[in-house]
Ligand binder design. Structure first.
Ligand code: ADE
Length: 312
């Protein structure tokens, strides 16, 4: 662990004054629940040198929080401080830690999380499919456009994760629900709330009754609690599957223990409808049983670029 830390390049701007005066933060509306906290939409007046009141997302602890939950939020903040602004990573803008409730202030992504966005798209798809009026050519064009958008989402996440991996960080909970989408339909990796320490994570799981993200976890994480950049890559493969199925739950129809057996046997999810062979090959490579054989995020980014304009 010590070695890992010393390998990490120094934080980009150690002088950034992250602390933000609470009286300039106007919390408006609860927009979601993160791994352990609540996320609120807010306005921040003159944050990080931005003029006027800007929309921000604020993560706070729930009213009755445990010491572990508080520690997790502090950890999430510390991780976010290590990240430079990157177009595909949710940016930290500030924090209020000198008084309660502790707040982590981050950039606001107006289109919310990718899983919900995909599920909203799904009903749009159904309308298209059911429409008797639209000519066949139109339907086809619609779907092609959508497919390329979906592949672009995969590319955005690969770029964000390539950067996170370059900072020697593990996300450990990469899934469509933890990716946010901005006003330009650009995906940004968010929710750094998962504990980085495996033992601590286990304790935290049992105390908060939160279920492990089994369906996104690599076999070595499920069986030996081993987490690495390669286990983040496994999760990325599952995220690609979520994207191409417009936000389906992985391993549909299977219970948690079935999923673990299925994976351990070497079985993998089959190729979804509308998924090209090339995209499925990428997923399957992420799901290699042997972690070192999985591609890196840089390779994945290049492969996503390569399939962007392929037909199908
Ligand atoms: N939900 C969780 N985090 C968010 C963010 N940064 N922007 C918008 N919605 C969110």
């Amino acid at each position: 662990k010590q070695v890992r830390l010393s390998l990490r390049p120094p934080s980009f701007e150690p002088e950034v004054p992250w602390e933000f005066p609470r009286e300039r933060l106007f919390v408006r509306l609860k927009i979601g629940e993160g791994t352990f906290g609540e996320v609120w939409r807010a306005k921040a007046d003159g944050i990080l040198g931005r003029p006027g009141r800007v929309a921000v997302a604020v993560k706070m602890l729930k009213v009755h929080y445990t010491p572990e939950e508080r520690q997790s939020l502090i950890k999430e903040l510390e991780i976010m401080k290590l990240l430079q602004p990157h177009p595909n990573v949710i940016q930290l803008l500030g924090c209020c830690t000198q008084s309660e409730p502790m707040c982590v202030i981050m950039e606001y992504a107006v289109n919310g999380n990718l899983q919900e966005l995909l599920r909203r798209q799904r009903s749009a798809y159904n309308i298209n499919d059911l429409s008797q009026d639209s000519p066949e050519s139109n339907k086809q064009r619609n779907i092609n456009l959508q497919l390329n958008d979906l592949k672009r989402f995969g590319l955005h996440v690969a770029s964000g994760m390539e950067y996170i991996a370059s900072r020697e960080l593990l996300h450990r909970d990469l899934a469509a629900r933890n990716v946010l989408v901005d006003e330009n339909m650009v995906c940004k990796v968010g929710d750094f709330g998962s504990a980085r320490d495996v033992i601590q994570m286990r304790q935290y799981e049992s105390k908060t009754q939160r279920r492990l993200p089994i369906r996104w976890m690599a076999p070595e994480s499920l069986v030996q609690c081993v987490y690495s950049q390669q286990s983040d890559i496994w999760s990325y493969g599952v995220l690609l599957w979520e994207v191409i199925t417009l936000g389906s739950s992985p391993y549909p129809g299977m219970g948690g223990p079935d999923v673990i057996n299925f994976i351990q046997k070497g079985c993998r999810m089959s190729k979804p409808t509308h998924c090209s062979d090339a995209l499925y090959a990428i997923m399957k490579d992420c799901w290699n049983q042997f972690p070192p054989k999985r591609p890196s995020f840089s390779i994945l980014r290049h492969r996503m670029i390569a399939i962007l304009d392929e037909p199908g």
